[in-house]
Design a protein around this ligand. Structure first.
Ligand SMILES: Nc1ncnc2c1ncn2[C@@H]1O[C@H](COP(=O)(O)OP(=O)(O)OP(=O)(O)O)[C@@H](O)[C@H]1O
Ligand SMILES: [Mg+2]
Length: 592
């Protein structure tokens, strides 16, 4: 695992680009600033009040017990005001900060939803998950911790210095000298601490990855008798992690002790310098007391501010990553003025000289032309990698062709709203994606307009009802982890029911029956014959029996349609189809 390194050049600009997400909460942030001022004022006033008590009421020539009561009451009032301001400020800032994260998350998710297939081809899902979950969290650190620290700690240092100068200029100058020294010490240690921390994290991640891989592959390790060797490797990884951890801990102990010592030495210096001044009658004793407290208060905000440097760095890196995604415009866009197909869409599919490749200069479909008449049944066959699935991706407009045109009822699909297109063309693929929810939810895909009645009809139409009836809770069976609690065939049947419930004009099946046993496949076949009535149906199949009765069969090879016709004609032709047919005959004899 690499350390966090800027992918391009993270800068304040990348954070500024996310500012619009925070703008709606500008008032909250302003409120935070006001409350911070109150809180700081409370902290700075406390030593000052004690100083007044000492100099005017205790050590003066006219001790004043009444005055002490007043000061004590005032002191309590100031403390309470400070605590209240602090509480309100934290509440307000958390609310604003969390709202900013939510806005960025939702914005990012919606942006990703709009992306075309190619976006997902080029990206690991895990990385996107991290973008939406962690990076937003890290950016939020900027809006909360960084923002707060700069204001609170910056103000705090300023106000303490001001108070000191007001009390005594000479002592104030002495404290001013301390500022850069404290900053330097804190910043130096922070850098080292961060490096140690990252090294520990990296080693831990490496160890976890090793564990995950080895636990998953334990059977192989045992079979090949690699236990000792793997344990040795693990001992090494765990040892490195131990050392890094100890070093990290020691650095932080060193840091804290050094800081404390510096603080105490400063106090000693103040006692000496201030004490001498008191003896010489230059300052009253209460001022000395206040100075000691101020010097002690001084260290905390400086330390906190140096810590924010790291926050800023990581926030910029995260903001840069988020910004890079937000910059990408979806490749497939809806036309400005979409053509709307009338309600009586017929479902005529036409490919006109279509050429397409995932990478330029490497076409996977070349000059493909065909027509699927409304209501007809078209079979598409061909060897693996021939381009069959790609063909269907173009019809669904997951991609746009490089040349030529895909038309639905005579209208180029580019000119339709994607919404309308996907209502007219439905696809079932071999790989079925199920969402967390019940079977019923998954069939209607959470669309409220599809009634329970229609869900059951759809399930019956494809023969899924028998399988669903066998499940523990029928239609209310809850699906876990994308359908891990269902068999492949069951998932497939649900996908079929889902598409029938959608009721598209054009039905595309891509290897959709490959997971079914021959008995279930037969039911599905029967269901599909019923379901395909009145729809144009395009079926991609390796098992040629599925498409034997098609009105038209297209044979695809390396991106070209090499043969087309009905089953008998193609068998008679004696070309690729005939060969595939002969092979599948052997296969069915082998496996039956
Ligand atoms: N997302 C993608 N990015 C890049 N290349 C791809 C992508 N999808 C498919 N290809 C390539 O395009 C070619 C056609 O793939 P396609 O999935 O259309 O084949 P297929 O005919 O459906 O094969 P199969 O019968 O195995 O499903 C293959 O060479 C494949 O490697
Ligand atoms: Mg395919």
């Amino acid at each position: 695992m690499k350390q966090e390194r800027p992918s391009s050049s993270p800068s304040l600009k990348s954070l500024a680009r996310l500012l619009p997400f925070a703008r709606p909460y500008a008032w909250q942030f302003a409120g935070v600033i006001a409350l911070v001022v109150v809180f700081n004022a409370s902290s700075v006033m406390q030593p000052y009040l004690v100083k007044i008590a000492i100099d005017q009421d205790i050590s003066s020539h006219h001790p004043n017990p009444r005055g002490l009561v007043d000061i004590a009451a005032l002191y309590i009032g100031v403390v309470v005001a400070g605590v209240a301001a602090n509480y309100l400020q934290i509440t307000l800032l958390q609310k604003a900060g969390q709202s900013v994260i939510r806005s960025i998350r939702v914005g990012l998710f919606q942006h990703i939803e709009r992306q075309s297939m190619r976006f997902f081809d080029n990206r690991a899902v895990g990385a996107l998950v991290a973008n939406v979950s962690n990076d937003t969290e890290t950016v939020n650190q900027f809006f909360t911790n960084f923002f707060l620290s700069m204001i609170r700690d910056g103000l705090s240092i300023l106000m303490i210095l001001l108070a000191m100068f007001r009390l005594d200029v000479r002592m104030g100058l002495f404290s001013l000298v301390l500022v850069p020294i404290i900053f330097a010490v804190a910043a130096g240690f922070r850098g080292a601490l961060r490096r140690r921390y990252q090294r520990t994290r990296t080693l831990l991640a490496g160890m976890v990855a090793f564990l995950a891989e080895n636990l998953a592959g334990m059977r192989i390790t045992q079979l090949f008798r690699q236990e000792v060797r793997q344990a040795e490797k693990f001992r090494d990884l765990a040892g490195q992690h131990r050392d890094a951890n100890i070093r990290e801990y020691l650095t932080s102990v060193w840091f804290n002790r050094t800081f404390e010592t510096l603080g105490n030495v400063s106090v000693a210096a103040v006692v000496y310098i201030g004490g001498t001044a008191v003896l010489g009658g230059a300052i009253p004793i209460g001022t000395l007391y206040a100075f000691i407290r101020y010097i002690q208060q001084f260290f905390q905000p400086i330390n906190a501010m140096t810590q924010q440097w790291n926050t800023l760095q990581s926030a910029m890196v995260a903001a840069e990553r988020i910004g890079q995604i937000l910059e990408i415009e979806p490749e497939v866009l809806d036309p400005e003025v979409p053509v709307s197909l009338s309600n009586d869409a017929r479902g005529r599919v036409e490919f006109r000289h279509v050429t397409f490749g995932y990478h330029p200069r490497h076409p996977v479909l070349r000059d493909v032309s065909f027509v699927a008449e409304p209501g007809s049944f078209v079979g598409i066959v061909g060897p693996t990698g021939a381009g069959k699935s790609s063909l269907m991706s173009l019809l669904l407009r997951f991609y746009d062709p490089d040349e030529g045109e895909v038309l639905l009822d005579g209208v180029p699909v580019r000119q339709l709203a994607q919404d309308a297109l996907h209502r007219l063309v439905g696809i079932v693929q071999q790989e079925v994606h199920l969402f967390t929810g019940t079977i019923r939810d998954n069939i209607r895909l959470f669309r409220e307009d599809i009634s329970d009645e229609r869900v059951q009809q759809a399930a019956r139409a494809v023969g899924a009802d028998r399988v669903i009836a066998r499940l523990p809770d029928g239609y209310d069976t809850v699906i876990y982890g994308r359908g891990a609690n269902l068999s492949m065939g069951e998932r497939q049947l649900i996908a079929f029911a889902r598409i029938v419930a959608l009721d598209p004009k054009v039905l595309v099946l891509d290897e959709a029956t490959a997971n079914l046993d021959s008995q279930t496949e037969m039911w599905v076949q029967r269901g599909l014959v019923a379901a395909s009535q009145g729809r144009t149906t395009l079926v991609i199949a390796h098992r040629l029996s599925t498409i034997r009765h098609a009105d038209q069969i297209l044979v695809l090879d390396r991106g070209r349609i090499v043969e087309r016709g009905r089953h008998d004609e193609l068998v008679r032709l004696g070309g690729l189809y005939a060969r595939l047919h002969a092979e599948s005959g052997v296969e069915s004899r082998l496996f039956s």
